[in-house]
Ligand binder design. Structure first.
Ligand code: ZN
Length: 170
């Protein structure tokens, strides 16, 4: 198993929600009818890297996101997550075309970023570093990461579940 559902407050991270492992299984179940979601789950389990999965709520203070290893390097407690950490805020679900999207899809979006990182680490880290430097206007390096993730992971999952999807990040 190359994923680790984070159970306690570690390093600089906020405290996870209660019973995170059952939330993880619940969210996997929400997307199990999607072959792309199954592919992402298998990729995650077969990866040599350790992908952290952190479930938070709004008290955690931030939205769902993927944190690559470069951004964990300064915190000794977090360097074991060699595949990065997927953060899922369970109070921050997506809406597409006015329809509420199951949080399992948000989890697959963030795990899709972990897959991107593992497949092409230099591409991911270079775009991530460049995106962090953009302070105004269109953040193209961020859009490059996001739109690749939508095209290969999020949109196929949504389509396979019969839900509305987006091909451009907003
Ligand atoms: Zn994203």
């Amino acid at each position: 198993m190359a994923h680790e559902v984070i159970q306690t407050a570690i390093g600089s991270f906020p405290t996870p929600i209660a019973k995170p492992s059952s939330v993880f299984l619940d969210y996997l179940g929400q997307v199990s009818a999607s072959s792309t979601a199954q592919l992402i789950a298998v990729f995650m389990d077969e990866a040599k890297q350790n992908i952290g999965i952190l479930f938070i709520n709004n008290e955690g203070g931030f939205d769902s996101m993927f944190i690559p290893p470069s951004a964990l390097a300064a915190d000794n407690a977090l360097t074991g997550f060699t595949g990065g950490v997927a953060v899922v805020n369970i109070e921050s679900g997506m809406k597409i075309s006015g329809k509420a999207i199951p949080l399992g899809v948000s989890m697959m979006h963030e795990l899709g970023h972990a897959k991107q990182y593992i497949e092409k680490p230099a591409w991911f880290e270079n775009n991530y570093a460049a995106a962090m430097k953009v302070t105004k206007g269109v953040n193209q390096p961020k859009l490059d990461i996001e739109n690749d993730n939508l095209a290969r992971h999020e949109a196929p999952v949504l389509k396979e579940l019969g839900l509305p999807f987006r091909l451009k990040y907003d």
